[in-house]
Write a protein that binds this ligand. Structure first.
Ligand code: NI
Length: 135
């Protein structure tokens, strides 16, 4: 019996979408305001879905307290109130688009889960724009 447990989390972060090898004009034409050289912020909403077998003894897929603590240590502590381009090493040479942020979050969380579990990341950059990644 496989069930998905879900945890919502939140972080605020600044970023800039910018390809270093392009000039300002090209960056602005592709990324628009998101390429503003002074950065801009988003209120990111994160949903982490973990699917696994229900333990017959505990009745749980995983302890949601453990998932909460994992998201805090791996994502919130690393990203919240940070400039992603400058302060988060994963984005030193990777554009911090919502797509790439979701992949980075997935890659930070998945090593901590049992192999039988599957992980899905849903990341809202705005209330209407969101991305999903599940490996
Ligand atoms: Ni943006």
């Amino acid at each position: 019996m496989r069930v998905t447990v879900c945890r919502k989390a939140h972080f605020n972060a600044a970023h800039r979408l910018y390809v270093k090898s392009w000039n300002e004009k090209k960056n602005e034409s592709v990324f628009g305001k998101c390429s503003n050289e002074y950065y801009h912020g988003h209120n990111y909403e994160l949903i982490v879905n973990v699917t696994g077998n229900v333990d017959p003894v505990t009745g749980m897929v995983m302890d949601l307290k453990d998932l909460k603590d994992l998201i805090k240590s791996e994502v919130e502590d690393a990203f919240d109130h940070k400039n992603l381009n400058i302060q988060v090493p994963e984005f030193a040479d990777l554009i911090p688009s919502a797509e790439n942020i979701a992949v980075v979050i997935y890659n930070k969380l998945v090593p901590h889960l049992d192999k039988e579990k599957t992980l899905e990341i849903i990341l809202y950059e705005t209330p209407r724009n969101f991305v999903k990644y599940s490996g």
